[in-house]
Design a protein around this ligand. Structure first.
Ligand code: ZN
Length: 190
């Protein structure tokens, strides 16, 4: 990949806690900003009628750790999730371009339901990064809670338990924030 395949990390993907780029993998703590490929996930809750939004949790996870977790998914769960996404998710393939991609445009609606972010109260955003750059060929995307609620039943109980354990072990949402009753309602590796 050349320099034009990357652009700076958008502020929306900064850590809520530090207001800076994530430095370490949530799981193995490896340093991300030199030469690591990783995914950032952020979950938001908004109150209808207000523009302010709460970050329920956010984290960065290196590719090696993300793949390891994916390997723990049951074969059945993985097959169903993959089928769901290939049916519903039409990612607009962005031809590699010199100009930076428009992040606001990428995150303006649910990638599956096409609901506008202005009408959403719960949603998650995802982005793929390498070192201190965003990988432009995998544009960031947004998934609404209603899409996540369709995906949850596709996941086997064992896999849900595994995700719940991961959530309890690694993520510690501010107790004042909305804490999901079922953590895996909020946590999907895509
Ligand atoms: Zn890691």
């Amino acid at each position: 990949m050349s320099a034009s395949d990357f652009q700076g990390i958008p502020k929306v993907f900064y850590s809520y806690q530090t207001q800076k780029a994530f430095c370490n993998c949530l799981v193995c703590k490896c340093y991300l900003l030199d030469d690591e490929t990783y995914v950032i996930e952020k979950a938001y809750k908004k109150h209808l009628g207000y523009t302010a939004q709460d970050v329920i949790f956010d984290y960065a996870i290196c590719l090696a750790c993300a793949l390891k977790i994916r390997q723990e998914f049951s074969t059945d769960s993985l097959a169903k999730i993959d089928a769901y996404f290939s049916k519903h998710l039409v990612m607009s393939s962005i031809p590699l371009q010199r100009n930076p991609i428009d992040i606001d445009q990428c995150l303006t609606q649910c990638a599956i339901k096409k609901t506008s972010v202005t009408e959403l109260t719960n949603y998650q955003i995802y982005g793929h990064f390498h070192g201190n750059k965003l990988i432009k060929s995998i544009s960031p995307y947004l998934i609404s809670q209603s899409a996540i609620e369709e995906i949850i039943p596709l996941i086997s109980n064992d896999t849900q338990d595994m995700l719940n354990d991961f959530y309890n072990c690694h993520l510690n949402p501010d107790p004042e924030m909305f804490v999901p009753k079922q953590p895996s309602d909020q946590l999907i590796f895509i």
